[in-house]
Design a protein around this ligand. Structure first.
Ligand SMILES: [Zn+2]
Length: 247
């Protein structure tokens, strides 16, 4: 029996090392994310980093981790023939896919709740004025219009974009932050998951300097498939066509 086991020893050894390598790499990816979050102090920068990269990086780390597990599960080969190879490959691949699917669902449907909560805190965390070192004030929708040019205002109306204007009341210093609604999912009214997104926007009536326009937003839920439409009034604007053309 002894020589047969030894025959597979190089493979077993290699599979084990590949598994360790994968796990180490997965840990590095997560560490990279944590270090990046810990070292980004600007709330807006952190906000953007989380909304763009966090789920992506966690997904990459999970896949590498699962691949590592697949190798580890096959690092104990003592006997091998055509049928056993088939059985091993089949079980490994299907187990790996099931694990990946579970992680993917967690990241896609449950994790966003957690992310949204943190993003909200970051978005409304008082900004510090670089001029005076004091907390700035977030202006209301009405107040902020003074500081947004017409292009920005038109953009706020359409394309689900939001501008937040922070003002240092002592020095008058202004900080404008742009938030893209497209990256952002709402809570679905049907299934209550955070998976309700704008998929298409249609201009029903182009606003002119004298008249308001109308925009139709199409929403679709990425989880249950629920669809909805919402009409939004576009403020009268001259800059509208310019914005629509460049966006
Ligand atoms: Zn839904």
């Amino acid at each position: 029996m002894e020589p047969i086991i030894a025959q597979y020893e190089p493979w077993n050894r290699m599979a084990e090392y590949i598994a360790y390598g994968c796990w180490a790499l997965a840990i590095l990816v997560v560490l990279w994310l944590l270090v990046k979050l810990a070292t980004t102090s600007d709330p807006k920068e952190k906000y953007d980093y989380i909304s763009r990269n966090e789920i992506k990086l966690l997904w990459i780390a999970s896949v590498i981790l699962i691949v590592g597990c697949c190798f580890y599960a096959n690092a104990n080969i003592e006997e091998l023939n055509a049928i056993l190879i088939f059985v091993r490959v089949f079980t490994t691949v299907s187990m790996g896919l099931i694990a990946a699917l579970i992680v993917q669902n967690l990241l896609k449907f449950y994790y966003p709740f957690y992310i949204e909560k943190r993003l909200k805190v970051l978005r409304y965390k008082p900004r510090i004025s670089p001029k005076t070192g004091r907390a700035m004030k977030l202006l209301s929708e009405e107040e902020e219009d003074t500081y947004l040019d017409e292009g920005m205002q038109a953009e706020e109306n359409i394309f689900s974009t939001d501008y937040d204007v922070w003002k240092d009341e002592e020095s008058g210093y202004i900080k404008i932050e742009k938030y893209s609604g497209h990256l952002h999912a709402l809570e679905c009214p049907e299934c209550n998951y955070q998976t309700f997104k704008v998929v298409k926007e249609e201009i029903l009536k182009t606003p002119t300097p004298a008249e308001e326009g109308e925009l139709l937003k199409h929403y679709t839920c990425g989880y249950c498939g629920y669809k909805a439409k919402k009409t939004v009034t576009l403020k009268a604007s001259t800059k509208f066509e310019e914005t629509a053309a460049t966006a």
